[in-house]
Design a protein around this ligand. Sequence first.
Ligand code: A2P
Length: 308
Amino acid sequence: DIPAFTLNDGTKMPSVGMGCWMGGYGGGQRVNAMVKKALQAGYRHFDTAAGYGNEEQVGAALRESGIPREELYVVTKLGGDKHARVHEAFEESLSKLGLDYIDLYLVHWPQAENDTEEVLKPHEAPTIVDTWKDMEKLLDTGKVKSIGVSNFSVKTLTELLPHAKVIPAANQVEMHPFLPQYELQKFCEEKGILITAYSPLGQPPAVGKEGVPSLLTNPTILSIAKERGVTPAQVLLSWGVQRGTAVIPKSENEERMKANITLVKLSDAETQGIDAEHKKPGLHRSLLSYHSVIDGKGAVFGWTYEQL
Ligand code: A2P
């Protein structure tokens, strides 16, 4: 059994979930097959989004499995183009998934877009506070157990929280030993917001390119893995869960899927060794422009570093 974290509203989230982002095309039958295999391997937590374009396939695989709904934990997300229509977008996701309720519904990104897909600035309506008020109203429908956010920085959360009647149950962000986000982690912990780490393996295929450090070939990770007779991925995921974050590695491979839900207890020395890795120079922290913004460069969806 996969251990669970208890959220600030008393619900429980399995600590390891299956990330269902399959790239821009959504995954088609591949995502359906992946979810079915994952269910067989023991996964019960599935993470998708309206923006992944695969809620139908994910939902179909879940329903066809015959596994009782209450044993599943299903996460989906509000698209940036739907911040002004939260209720409608939620109903659309529910209907695409073919489910009666969602376990956790997240605001996918803080940036809202208008009807011509232009990104609004943080002060333009609907602001994140406006959007969150509509998210809160969803709880009254009884069709969602928990509400939360994704890709939210300390700054954005600090602006939102004084206006929130319901504290977000979770914040889903990219997180791995090259991008440990200690400040955000501490902030969320203090506020009772559970972090879900996406790309917990550090996006291996893309960073496996020549000259780009990959967590899966990192000497510190490799030596712990070797000593314990587990894979580097198991070390990375154990580190994530042990520091109190849920992890949602995507895998279509049965063997890797199974390994990814089998975690080990790391020693303090091992944890400290992994914690020190991000301080080394020349790391490719992330492919996502969001995090180059975090590092003080660039902009994401039209928001600058100062605005994010
Ligand atoms: P695969 O599906 O072939 O296993 P994400 O950052 O979206 O979570 O993606 C994780 C990536 O890491 C996927 O491309 C996945 O490929 C790969 N992956 C998942 N589990 C492992 C593992 N245990 N070892 C190595 N690569 C993995």
